[in-house]
Write a protein that binds this ligand. Sequence first.
Ligand code: ZN
Length: 697
Amino acid sequence: MTPLIRTPKRRLITSALPYANGPIHVGHMAGAYLPADIYVRYLRSSGEDVLWVCGSDEHGAAITLRAKKDGTTPRDIVDKYHVEMQGAFKGLDISFDHYSRTSSEKHHKVAQDFFLKLLENDSFEVKTQEQYYDEEADQFLADRYITGTCPTCNADGAYGDQCEKCGATLSPTELINPKSTLSGAKPILKPTTLWYLPMGRHEEWLKDYIENGMLDGKVHHDAKAWKSHVVGQCKSWIDGGLQSRAMTRDLKWGVPVPVEGADGKVLYVWLDAPVGYITATMEWAEKNGKDWRDWWQNEDTELLHFIGKDNIVFHCIIFPILLKQHGDFILPHHVPANEFMNLEGDKISTSRNWAVWVSEFLENNPSGSDPMRYVLTSIMPEQRDSEFTWNDYRDRINNELADVLGNFVNRVLVLTRKYYDGIVPMAPKESVLTEVDKSLVDVLSGAGERIGDLISRHRYREAQLEAMNVARRGNKYLTEEEPWKIQKTDPQRVKTIMHLACQVVGNLGIVLEPFLPRTAEKISVSFGVNGLRWNDVSPSLVKNGTVLGDLPILFTKIDEETVETEKAKLGQKEVDSNDSNKNTVMLQKDSTTFDHFSEMDLRVATVTECVAVKKTKKLLKLTVNTGLDVRTVVSGIAEHFSPEDVVGRKVVLLANLEPRTIKGVESWGMVLMASTNDGGLKFVTPEDGVNPGDVIR
Ligand SMILES: [Zn+2]
């Protein structure tokens, strides 16, 4: 039996602080901002007490490195992106109650006080150890910033933590001829003191908190409401044993460690950044004459963190440990993390410019915010990774927003003007309603609750679909009842039809607001329901005799040229004279389990035939011999290889990938490719003597 969860008095919502060293792309939006915006707009419309805070994350080694590379200061970098990111949020109508930044004086003080309280509560282990130091760059080096010769296999270019040639796990001091990747200099060893958070101490209560929603022997939250991928990731971290993690860094840019003799040390960004949520709340409270403690130190408050899956460990494990160690704060009740959104068959990548940048998109498409919100919500990666494509974008705007929603609203307005000078006709008597009318009335009666329930459960895709279904039902009703055919013969019946159709549109002005705020506003104003709220949704929302106001065309269709232009932008790098550092290496992904790995059937195959897939630029259709069978695989490599380059090759195939139809061709697996540093693709070629069907493990 699930124990009772108390209904909170208020909700504090946070969205991941975006990192201030690059602009915001659609993947960010779909991950941590748009879902929170829908949720918060719904709560506000329902009259709930809710506060939503966010801000720029402006510290960390990546920002100092970026500044060094660009020949500027960290301050310049964060000032630039703090402004730019806010522009993107505003453009997409992301309605934070307060947006802060972590480089502010106020935040430094809050984060330092937080650290001191942790220190007082004996939360750290202090260790002094020798670490590599780059004298030219004047800083200590993280493992990945040191390369050298591998002591195991003698390969060059091994990293301080691992040799990628032989796979050996290394520590930086084992490397032969170590070199700093920052300056190329030979680093020296210097002793340094670090404050470690011994996370292993916290495994037991964390397990109960994550798996059962229990804290200090009491029910804390509904553990079953958490997404399975969030719980799964946390469990595998905890089961693998939580290692101590340093909470300070030897860097100049950041929040100084507030301890005597700790000059040149700053707080680890993952201590500093989530405390930024607290700072943002304090700033908001100060501005609005409220008490921030109501939101952070009151058991009647529910705390929700909206993030992408790369931040799960920080919000579900590290931050809860910090909050609990501090002692004065509530812990997160829900972390509805999203997975990742890919783009046109590839991962979104800032360095390769494989991204749709929100500010740039809106600059070229001034009316694009609702359409972009609509598409991102339709494909939100709630339970698994999803994919954005421009063809899909066009189809959804043209077939759904323009043809269904826009068309329906416009027809109702035009007909009401034509028949009744734009005045909503009187409500019909119950007794004259047909079965069809009644079922439409039922749709409206239940709409608020249905859609609201889905939003409350963080199922935004379904919620938006359900809201659009109200428009679909209205559109179908009007099309099938054909009032224009009977206006002459049965004007009384037409009044009923048009009254109900007006009710559908009016209700759309409320239920679409969380998803399409600008469209909903236009509809609400035109149909006289602005200012009304979620609980007002009903079949008698629009008052008899309302005079309908003007309403511009809601959506313009997307043409082929726009789609092609947007696609062509992908991967094209702007010429950046400062960008000389080509040696960017993709960071290691999160840990996976051996079970996940062994589920994959990887085997060698030979390509026997290859042709281009018609009407595509990127796709080749390969026929491969897997030793088991001969099958078809579609591969997005046509921009790098012509069919004759591919025939006869031995390739590595992920053979048990779920089959899927790509551009009308069924694909039964995936050929593995290596992405090279310069943005190219190369085959992963097995040695001689390896044959089709040989299994890779
Ligand atoms: Zn090696």
